[in-house]
Design a binder for this molecule. Structure first.
Ligand code: SF4
Length: 157
């Protein structure tokens, strides 16, 4: 079992400055939950049914489609075209959020793409970063799913 004192948690010093190189928007599995589908559909001026069919894999509404070159379907010449409504995993990057079977929340910190222009630092904490990225409504909306996930031990941990 992991030692709580050695894994990154909300209080761990962390900071990341995005330089909008967009390298993190390629060859990624961008999962969606119903809240994220609803926000993105609203941003596109579409119904959730229209959105699922147009922008998600097999119209399932669970994963964003990619273009033929592996870039996210919403990556445009100026960067993310749905930035204000981007999904939680995009807001978390370069963090991963995980739960142990007992509900203990912890994080992983990705090294990122080898050519990323993003800058890692320790200007704040992981909690500060999550707040700055506007993750709160996404985390709140996904909380019932987390409870189900933990109770079914479907999560990492
Ligand atoms: S939704 Fe936006 S931030 Fe997320 S992978 Fe696609 S282009 Fe990148």
């Amino acid at each position: 079992m992991m030692d709580r004192s050695t894994v990154p948690t909300a209080n761990t010093p962390f900071g990341y400055i995005c330089r909008r190189c967009s390298r993190c928007c390629r060859h990624k599995h961008i999962q969606l939950d119903p809240y994220e589908v609803a926000r993105l559909a609203r941003a596109k001026g579409e119904s959730t049914t229209q959105f699922r069919e147009a922008w998600t894999v097999d119209g399932q509404g669970t994963t964003l489609r990619q273009k033929e070159d592996g870039t996210c379907v919403f990556l445009g010449p100026q960067g993310c075209e749905v930035h204000a409504d981007r999904p939680l995993v995009c807001r978390l990057y370069p963090l991963g959020r995980h739960f142990r079977k007992d509900g203990f929340e912890y994080f992983s910190i990705s090294e990122g793409h080898p050519l990323t222009a993003g800058e890692y630092n320790k200007s704040g904490t992981i909690a500060d970063y999550l707040e700055a990225q506007g993750t709160k409504p996404f985390i709140t909306a996904g909380f019932p799913m987390v409870l189900l996930c933990v109770s079914k031990t479907w999560c990492h941990g």
